[in-house]
Design a protein around this ligand. Structure first.
Ligand code: NOJ
Length: 768
């Protein structure tokens, strides 16, 4: 496709900064480690207790503002701050580093920020990025994020977020990479490598923070900040691996989850922070509390007061306190009273200094900050944006859910009615956690269509409805910032305008879904349908009899039974970022053949949650061929998902051959190849994702009915075939048994290969 062209432009623009990530992470040499530890030993000998505590304090300073600016800088020059977050432009950052350089020991600050799906250029939100199933696209986003963030003076991002979620009600689904352990692990590791490279002290690189450790995506009922209760077996098997993969890829920092795990808040959980993270996984970086989480130990009911909370957190292994006052106030008295030891503070302080050393900040505290003479006059300058790459990644992230009668792609002719509250909306297109991006630089769908069709199409636009007409919801969403706009017109007037537009058109394109703020932190929903006012608009449009194409924008799987039934075509676009409008228009008009695949299961109704593809078998499975009463099912709804994990259509068709195995058996430590031939049987070039799933039908404990163990994105011209092979090793067969030991149990293994999790070819082999 146009991929080569786009990357070509990037390579020229960035002078080779896009060299693909090496597979293995370069480990620091023993000589480097010895030198670093000796440096830290010497430095710590000279530090006062107050200065050591200072290193554990992460302070927030938004947009360079603080009610007591002089006092804030004095805190820094007194050596009482270790790092800063939320300050994102070099002139602001420089002043703070200058304050640190006035401190007694001149220990530099580091600067961090939530660079989640881009800094200035925004890429699709996590679910969109995951829908590409393309690690090159992930790498591109990570590199560009690091290049733009480091040019803004930053050293560390609070990404990747690798919390597995099987609950669409949870608002933070949008930030993560979906429900699958394997896919999320691969994406998280690729992002860490892209941000950090082999050496995060090199220009254009930043450090990564894997979050939220642990299990934040499993909050009960999908309600944010709620409790997590989980068997150790499930933790180790399904929820821990993505954090571990990011750490193995070299992630310098870990952000601790706000939730409790089996009754113990993660922030005070010694088992999680020391036994699992440090001892089992060998993590050497810093642990950072989430915002205010140490103080929240009181409300969790495990600490009596601030002092108690600080003690529990530092002794458990929480190195840095985010938005700190609690460590600053309490650690010294705790030490004086003997409730904590010097070793508790020293251990955490050493972690922070180690990260600063690895960042190269002791060599050059102004690395990434540069001199004032080099500052850009406008940090939002258009020239800073990486638009072609953002468009390319966004195009790949779009998932075609339905295309009845090949109504898509649209012709660049005739009249199109473009309706819906999200059709011309720059803020929502950016997605939440929009970094330092700017809405006015974001391409809406309306602009994107206009850019592609120019004067060839008559485009009639009508907003048609608000995102929601529920005043309480509007009030909630607009609590901290103006998230949703309310049109002054009546619903009837807006629908009429949209229906009038539809009547004049050959086809309707309706952009509906959620505002970005509806799929965010503190944005859990009990209803995961499209808000009723938008549903009513869709029904009125449908009544015109014109072909209805639904363009979805949302940050979680939605329950869409009416839409799935009534739309002629439906394209899932998530929130696709700065170039979203152009990318969506590329797909609607066929300049790009859609290739995205769902990284999450779409349920039919909220009552089916949790619904995920890699579930365990039951003793009474539902069999659609012989539906029976006493089976595991709901009697008031069709069984199974609306759209399965891994699903996504194309404008062409692909066939998958039967699976060929290199041998019928596999020895311990051996390797088996599973191959299929994929053919493009349609008349358009297109890409698809070939997916490998495994299952062990009989083991010492129940194993999931299928688990993703490999995927390959391939491009095929019309009529072209390609063989795709997957290597299967013991690593793919291993699981955590009842004793939480990772084992491979000999026996039969089913192998499934297909273009989504529900339609697969099958074979099997025996592991001897
Ligand atoms: C709270 C969020 O949970 C976390 O993901 C984020 O990184 C911090 N706030 C900092 O903004």
């Amino acid at each position: 496709m146009n991929r080569l062209y786009t990357l070509g432009v990037l390579l020229i623009g960035l002078a080779g900064a896009f060299a693909a990530a090496p597979l293995a992470v370069a480990q620091p040499s023993p000589a480097f480690i010895a030198k670093r530890e000796a440096f830290i030993d010497q430095l710590m000998k000279r530090m006062t207790v107050q200065e050591k505590i200072g290193q554990l304090r992460l302070r927030s300073l938004e947009a360079g503002a603080h009610p007591d600016r002089a006092g804030f800088e004095k805190e820094i020059s007194d050596g009482r701050v270790g790092g800063i977050f939320n300050t994102v432009v070099r002139p602001d950052i420089r002043v703070l580093q200058e304050a640190a350089m006035r401190s007694r020991l001149k220990i530099p600050l580091f600067f961090s920020f939530d660079v989640i799906h881009g800094q200035r250029t925004l890429f699709p939100v996590g679910l969109g990025l995951a829908s590409t199933w393309d690690l090159d696209a992930v790498h591109t986003m990570g590199r560009i994020s690091a290049i733009e963030a480091s040019a803004d003076g930053l050293n560390l991002t609070y990404s990747p977020m690798v919390d597995i979620s099987r609950d669409p009600r949870w608002g933070r689904n949008s930030e993560g990479f979906g429900e699958d352990t394997y896919l999320t692990s691969r994406i998280g590791a690729a992002l860490v490598k892209a941000y950090q490279g082999d050496d995060p002290s090199q220009p254009g690189h930043i450090m990564a923070t894997v979050k939220h450790f642990a299990l934040y995506g499993a909050v009960e009922g999908g309600r944010d900040y709620n409790t997590v209760d989980m068997s150790p077996q499930r933790m180790y098997q399904d929820y821990f691996p993505p954090y571990k993969a990011a750490i193995d890829a070299g992630a310098a920092a870990v952000m601790i989850a706000l939730n409790s795990v089996n009754g113990e808040p993660a922030t005070s959980d010694k088992w999680l922070l020391q036994d699992v993270l440090r001892k089992e996984w060998g993590f050497k970086g810093i642990t950072i509390s989430d915002h205010g989480a140490i103080m929240e130990l009181i409300k969790h009911g495990v600490a009596a007061d601030g002092e108690d909370a600080a003690r529990k957190a530092v002794q458990a292994g929480t190195d840095m306190s985010m938005s700190d006052t609690i460590y600053g106030t309490n650690l010294m008295p705790l030490l004086k009273s003997g409730k904590i030891g010097m070793a508790d503070i020293d251990r955490a302080c050493r972690d922070v200094l180690r990260v600063k050393y690895d960042l190269g900040l002791f060599k050059d505290p102004y690395r990434n900050i540069g001199t004032a003479a080099d500052d850009l006059p406008d940090s939002f300058a258009e020239s800073r944006l990486h638009r072609p790459a953002a468009r390319e990644v966004a195009r790949e992230s779009l998932v075609l859910l339905k295309n009845q009668g090949s109504v898509l792609p649209l012709k660049k002719a005739g009249t199109i009615a473009l309706v819906g509250p999200l059709a011309d909306d720059q803020v929502d297109m950016m997605g939440n956690w929009a970094g330092a991006g700017r809405a006015s630089q974001t391409i809406t769908l309306r602009q994107g269509i206009q850019n592609i069709v120019g004067g060839k199409v008559r485009l009639i636009y009508a907003k048609g409805s608000d995102i929601t007409d529920d005043p309480d919801m509007v009030k909630y969403l607009n609590l901290y910032k103006n998230d949703v706009q309310v049109d002054g017109r009546s619903e009837a007037d807006m629908v009429k305008e949209a229906v009038d537009a539809a009547r004049q058109a050959d086809v309707i394109v309706a952009a509906v879904g959620e505002s970005q703020g509806m799929a965010h932190e503190a944005s859990s929903r009990s209803d995961i349908t499209i808000p009723p006012v938008q549903e009513r608009l869709l029904k009125a449009l449908k009544a015109t009899g014109k072909p209805l194409i639904i363009v979805l924008m949302n940050g979680r799987p939605l329950a869409l039974p009416w839409e799935a039934e009534n739309a002629d075509a439906m394209l899932e676009t998530w929130f696709s970022g700065t170039e979203g409008g152009n990318a969506i228009a590329d797909v609607l008009f066929g300049d790009m053949n859609p290739s995205g695949k769902l990284p999450v299961t779409f349920p039919r109704a909220v009552g089916q949650i949790p619904l995920y593809y890699n579930h365990l078998p039951t003793g009474r499975p539902f069999d659609p061929a012989h539906p029976d009463k006493y089976t595991s099912r709901y009697f008031d709804i069709t069984n199974g998902p609306l759209y399965p994990f891994g699903y996504g259509l194309s404008y062409t068709n692909f066939s998958v051959s039967d699976i060929k195995l290199s041998a019928p058996t596999m020895k311990a430590g051996g390797m088996l190849k599973a191959s299929v031939t994929v053919t493009n049987t349609g008349d358009r070039e297109g890409a698809t994702v070939v997916q490998l799933y495994l299952n062990q039908p009989v083991a010492s404990i129940s194993r999931p009915v299928q688990e993703l163990r490999g995927f390959r994105r391939i491009d095929l011209k019309p009529g072209q075939s390609r063989e795709v092979s997957f290597d299967i090793t013991d690593d793919d067969l291993a699981f955590y048994n009842q004793q939480i030991k990772r084992v491979v149990e000999p026996g039969k293994f089913n192998v499934y290969v297909g273009l989504d999790s529900a339609s697969v070819k099958a074979t099997n082999f025996y592991r001897l």
